[in-house]
Design a protein around this ligand. Structure first.
Ligand code: ADP
Ligand code: MG
Length: 693
């Protein structure tokens, strides 16, 4: 249960003054619909109204506050012309201008002959000073109502600056003072204010520097958020380690047999990753290791060999994939090797039902099947193992931390290996997984051909189709990836279907279509038609992103490539260049292409190194956008800026470890303050793992 003290922050913003249904909708788009979302909506600019020059020495272009006397109102000569108010500061004249003005209202705000304090941006027009739509106009005796400095917020359609300022102000009034969860020494040495004070300060910037990620108040809030993230991950990890692991030591018999059946030797990094994994398995601590390797680096083989090690030790092992297609493909890869080692293996997906499924469950239950490959279906309650010792999760960022645990809970002290093809930079590994051991596959298996990557404007589609015809004559197979329109799955589908129809007209009977809305058997049929004939072109939405393996595919066309994340494009491209033939990847972009988009595509043209691509993507786009949106599975930070505040992340990790070591149940006053922190940043699922939670 969320501590009561936080309730006002999690209240709906419609409870704030001035927030009606229309404004609320706009805020939901901009920041979120709860009071706390407005608190986290930080200013992106600041206006300083303390500049109060006389006109004769004023600098045009600056925001200035002036004391002016109203001399005359001049109605617009045409509807497009502004309403002008002629003023003087006693020595020099200037104009206030208002387009589409409400004259009656203006005459009331600026009565003839009276003085007003007016604040806004001062400009020169036709040799005269002028201010267009001043933000403030108050009588001199209300001078104190005019702010000295003002925070400027990011806006969205339908929300003006004033409305946002007011609503955020009202939200801040609801923010309670909270018990301190940070270490006093840390606060002192960094000169960080309390949470409440920091929150108020970030919304009252006095100068540009106060907006920087290095400003004390911003650092404090960012550090809180990172600590909540790291603490949550530490709690989950602690829980996982609490059930003591079992030392799994194989005798090498099955691994040898599988290796003998492999048509290739392991690469050096496959060997060392396997050794690291086996050392973890042999220890009595539970394994929690990430196997990171670029597409095509050969993770599946490593995973299988580790799984066979568990079987040698008398236990079972499961491999879970994020999609049906992938699960089937893993199964296909693994089956002959498992058979060579004389080990029974089952496939279990949502589509396996009835007698076949019951038989598979029986074999897992009595242990006659030592290995299983599957999808989410592995979580189901009726899936019971005789003795599950190891779980491999081919993550692709589609599973959350909790799902990982769910599979591990089907055994005792299960060793967990997470595989990911997304080359996440180290800092991001920390945010997504916490302190997890990492093995990396750094080189590609021998015999891979580099992919020739080119970028072309969409207008040259006609040429592309002609080139495809030539490629088909040479016996190539072709992937055609349709744009990803995140807002609308229906539009995705329409695009993909239209492209399919158009290509099928050019190359009748040789095109297959696969998309996310298809049912499993349909998808498989399309994939099979592509892998084994008769289809030579596969039109797809990004469902082929994950590890599909068709060695004869040597051409990939990606439409509107600028819409994809770099890491995603890199993964897609990894589908080709797998066989011995020379491969080409064509990135079609919609013109005009922005500068950053241009640079991003250029990186892809120049490099096939997934880690370099990920680092560059992070540099160009920021962590928030690195891997696309929902599917990235990476935590989103409201306040912390991973690039600019990366040092805080390492600090938060160490800090979280210290806390967990000293106070693993989050007991006492410190503990209850830390629980508030977890709830505040909505990492509260971790609280469930506390014994007394
Ligand atoms: P990943 O899952 O890392 O993308 P896979 O495990 O699917 O990569 O391997 C990609 C392809 O490379 C598969 O066809 C696999 O059989 C092959 N492969 C794996 N390891 C090696 C190796 N050491 N040498 C040659 N080919 C390999
Ligand atoms: Mg794979």
């Amino acid at each position: 249960m969320r501590p009561d003290v936080l309730n006002p922050l999690f209240a709906d913003i419609s409870s704030l003054p001035g927030v009606g249904p229309r404004v609320k909708k706009a805020f939901e788009r901009l920041a979120g619909g709860r009071v706390i979302d407005l608190c986290w909506h930080l200013p992106s600019g600041v206006v300083d109204r303390r500049y109060r020059p006389k006109l004769e020495e004023a600098e045009p272009g600056r925001v200035a506050t002036l004391k002016l006397k109203v001399m005359a109102h001049q109605r617009p000569a045409s509807p497009r012309a502004p309403w002008k108010v002629l003023c003087t500061d006693g020595q020099q004249d200037m104009d206030l201008t208002f387009f589409r003005a409400n004259g009656r209202w203006l005459e009331k705000q600026l009565p003839l002959g009276e003085w007003r304090l007016v604040s806004g941006r001062l400009e020169i027009f036709n040799g005269r000073f002028q201010m267009s739509h001043p933000e403030h106009m108050v009588p001199p005796d209300e001078a104190e109502s005019l702010p000295q400095t003002e925070a400027l917020y990011p806006l969205t359609a339908g929300l003006g600056q004033k409305v946002v300022q007011k609503a955020v102000g009202a939200a801040l009034e609801r923010a309670p003072a909270l018990p301190e969860w940070q270490d006093q020494h840390l606060l002192k040495s960094r000169r960080w204010p309390s949470w409440h004070q920091a929150l108020l300060e970030v919304h009252q910037p006095q100068k540009e520097a106060d907006l920087a990620p290095s400003a004390a108040a911003r650092q404090r809030l960012a550090y809180d958020e990172l600590l909540a993230n790291q603490l949550a991950l530490s709690l989950i990890r602690l829980n996982q380690k609490r059930a003591a692991g079992r030392p799994l030591r194989g005798d090498g018999r099955l691994v040898e047999a599988a290796l003998a059946a492999l048509p290739f030797p392991l690469t050096p990094s496959q060997q060392s990753a396997l050794a690291e994994i086996q050392a973890d398995m042999a220890s009595s601590d539970r394994m929690l290791r990430l196997l990171q390797g670029d597409v095509g680096s050969g993770k599946t083989v490593v995973a299988l060999l580790a799984m066979l090690t568990a079987v040698e030790a008398g236990q079972q092992a499961a491999l879970m994939a994020p999609t049906e297609i992938l699960a089937r493909q893993h199964f296909k890869t693994i089956l002959p090797l498992a058979q060579a080692a004389g080990v029974e293996i089952e496939l279990l997906t949502g589509r396996d039902k009835g007698r076949g499924r019951r038989a598979a469950l029986e074999r897992l239950g009595d242990g006659s099947a030592a290995l299983v490959v599957g999808t989410h279906a592995l979580f189901q309650n009726d899936v019971v193992f005789r003795d599950l010792g190891m779980a491999v999760i081919d993550e692709q960022h589609r599973f959350g931390v909790h799902q990982r645990l769910q599979l591990a809970q089907k055994g005792k002290g299960v060793d967990v290996l997470v595989m990911t093809a997304t080359p996440i930079p180290r800092t991001l590994v920390l945010t997504a997984y916490g302190d997890m051991e990492v093995s990396r596959l750094t080189e590609k298996p021998a015999g891979r051909q580099p992919v020739d990557t080119r970028t072309l404007p969409l207008e040259r589609l006609g040429e592309v189709v002609i080139a495809l015809g030539r490629a088909l004559e040479r016996g190539s197979k072709i992937y055609w990836v349709c744009p990803l329109v995140e807002e609308s799955e229906a539009m995705d589908l329409a695009d993909a279907e239209a492209r399919f129809a158009a290509l099928n007209q050019h190359f009748p009977g040789r095109v297959a279509l696969v998309h996310g809305r298809m049912k499993g058997p349909e998808k498989d049929a399309a994939m099979q038609a592509f892998a084994e004939g008769p289809a030579d072109i596969l039109v797809a939405t990004t469902v082929i992103e994950v590890g599909v393996d068709v060695p004869a595919a040597t051409v990939m066309v990606i439409e509107q490539a600028e819409r994809f994340g770099l890491a995603q494009l890199h993964q897609l491209r990894g589908r080709i260049g797998r066989g011995s033939g020379r491969s080409t990847c064509l990135l079609l972009y919609q013109t005009p292409l922005g500068k950053t988009a241009h640079e991003r595509l250029k990186i892809l043209r120049e490099s096939e190194d997934g880690f370099r691509i990920a680092e560059e993507d992070l540099r160009l786009r920021g962590a928030g956008e690195l891997l696309g949106t929902a599917q990235s599975g990476l935590p989103k930070f409201r306040l912390a800026d991973i690039e600019a505040q990366g040092d805080l992340l390492a600090m938060a990790r160490d800090h979280a470890n210290v806390i967990i070591e000293r106070n693993p149940e989050l007991a006492g006053a410190e503990g209850s303050a830390l629980r508030i922190l977890l709830y505040l940043y909505e990492r509260d699922t971790a609280v469930r793992y506390l014994r007394s939670g």
